[in-house]
Design a protein around this ligand. Sequence first.
Ligand code: NAD
Ligand code: NAG
Ligand code: NAG
Ligand code: NAG
Ligand code: NAG
Length: 423
Amino acid sequence: MVYTFQMLNIGRTRSQSRSNRSLPLGGMDYVDPKRKSSVGKILVAAALLAVFLLMMIKHSPTSSTSTHFSRREPGVTHVLVTGGAGYIGSHAALRLLKDSYRVTIVDNLSRGNLGAVRVLQGLFPEAGRLQFIYADLGDAKAVNKIFSENAFDAVMHFAAVAYVGESTLQPLRYYHNITSNTLVVLEAMAAHGVKTLIYSSTCATYGEPKKMPIVEETTQVPINPYGKAKKMAEDMILDFSKTTDMAVMILRYFNVIGSDPEGRLGEAPRPELREHGRISGACFDAARGIIPGLKVRGTDYNTTDGTCIRDYIDVTDLVDAHVKALQKAEPHKVGIYNVGTGKGRSVKEFVEACKKATGVEIKVEYLARRPGDYAEVYSDPTKIWLELNWTARYTDLQESLKMAWRWQKTHRNGYGPPGAIPS
Ligand SMILES: NC(=O)c1ccc[n+]([C@@H]2O[C@H](COP(=O)([O-])OP(=O)(O)OC[C@H]3O[C@@H](n4cnc5c(N)ncnc54)[C@H](O)[C@@H]3O)[C@@H](O)[C@H]2O)c1
Ligand SMILES: *[C@@H]1O[C@H](CO)[C@@H](O)[C@H](O)[C@H]1NC(C)=O
Ligand SMILES: *[C@@H]1O[C@H](CO)[C@@H](O)[C@H](O)[C@H]1NC(C)=O
Ligand SMILES: *[C@@H]1O[C@H](CO)[C@@H](O)[C@H](O)[C@H]1NC(C)=O
Ligand SMILES: *[C@@H]1O[C@H](CO)[C@@H](O)[C@H](O)[C@H]1NC(C)=O
C-alpha cells in the first residue's frame, strides 16, 4: 500500500493574509473576526495528525494485503473516489456504498476529514466494501502503485482545491492540484486500463456568460485560475478520450449546499479556509456566532430584489447525478452535463432561508457591490434530465439548509481534531 507522508504545509497557512477578502460568494461574504494566525496551534495540530495517521494506518485494514480490492469480482463495480474525505466526495462514497459499489477512497487529507472516512467505515465495516488510502495525487509513483495494486472499474475524480478567491491568490496551487493532478490520474488510468471517468467540473468554467440560463454549449471563458484550471483539465480529458475507448462523464456543478439527510456526514472545511468560504458555511458560522454576521455586497443588480442570483444544488441530488452518470457511461462517449436546479435564488432569499433554517436572527449588512461579481448565474439542466433521467429533488433551500444545520449544530468542531475521532 502507498502511504505518503508529508508534514502539513505550515508556511502556506501562515502566509495567508487576514485582510478583508471578498471573493467567491456571488455578492456575499461574511465579516472576518480578527482571527490571529496561531502557528503554535497549527504545529500541535500537525503533530497530532501525524501521530494519529501513523496509528490509524497501523490498524487500518488496508495495510494488510486485501484481495477484495485487487481482484475483479463479477457483479461488483469498484470505484476509485479521489477526494473521498472531502465534502462532496464523502457523500458520493456513502451513496456508492449504499448502492453496493466497492469503494476505494484516495485522499491526502490536505482538506478533507479522516472523521468522514471513519463514519463511512463504521457504516460499512464488511470486508471488501471500503478502503481508504492515504496518498497524494501529485505523487505519480504513488498513484501508479495504487492503480497496480487495485482493480478499479471506474474513477470519480473529486480531489481538488476549490475556492475561487484562493485561486486568484495562489494560482500555481490550483494548476498543480487541479490540472496537473488530473493528468496524473489520467495517465494512471491509461496505463492500467481503467476506462470510465466521472469528472467534477464546475460552472466556473463558463466565466460570465451574457445569456442565462447556462447550457452545456455556452462558451467557456473562465475568469479565474480555479475555472481555468478546471477547464484545462476538461480539455485534457476530452482530447485524450478522442484517442481511446474511454467512457467519460463531465459534470459541471453549480453552487453545492446541504448534507446527508440522515445526518451522518456534513461539510467541514478547515478553519483557515473560512475566509474564502462558501455561502452556506458563512451562514452557519454567523448562526453560531463564530462571525458577527453576513455581508451582502450589492443590492442594485438588475435582478428581482437587487441581489445576485445563483443556482444552489443539494449534495444529495449531486451525488445522485454521479451515480446516474456512472450507470450511463459508455465507451467512446463523452457526456457533459450541467448539474443544477435550473432555478436561480437571490442572496436575499438565501439569507432568509438561512435565518429560518437555523432559527437565528442573523445580522445582515448590506454593502456596495464588489468588483468581479456578476448578477445572475443559473443552469439549464434539461440535457441531464433528458439523457440521464436526473432531476433535482431537494429544491427547497430552507430544507437543504436545515439538514445541513442539524449536522453543524451537533458537530461544533466539524469532525473534530484527529485525535478525538471515535474509531
Ligand atoms: N463545493 C462546491 O460548491 C463545488 C462546486 C463545483 C465544483 N466542485 C468540485 O467538486 C470537487 C469536490 O469539492 P469539495 O467541495 O468536496 O471540496 P473539498 O475540499 O471538501 O474536498 C476535496 C478533497 O480532495 C482532497 N485533495 C486535494 N488535493 C489532494 C491531493 N493532491 N491528493 C489527494 N487528495 C487531495 C482534499 O483533502 C479533500 O478531501 C472539487 O473537484 C471541486 O472543484 C465543488
Ligand atoms: C497533499 O498533497 C499536496 C500536493 O498536491 C502536498 O503539497 C501537500 O503537502 C499534501 N498534504 C498532506 C497533508 O500530505
Ligand atoms: C497544491 O499544490 C501546491 C504546489 O503548487 C502545494 O504546495 C500544496 O500543498 C498542494 N495542495 C493543496 C491542498 O493545496
Ligand atoms: C434589466 O433586466 C431586464 C430583464 O431581465 C431587461 O429587459 C433590462 O433591459 C435590464 N436593464 C438593464 C439596465 O440592464
Ligand atoms: C426515471 O427516473 C424515475 C424516478 O427515479 C423512474 O421512476 C423512471 O423509471 C426513470 N425512467 C427511465 C426511463 O429510466
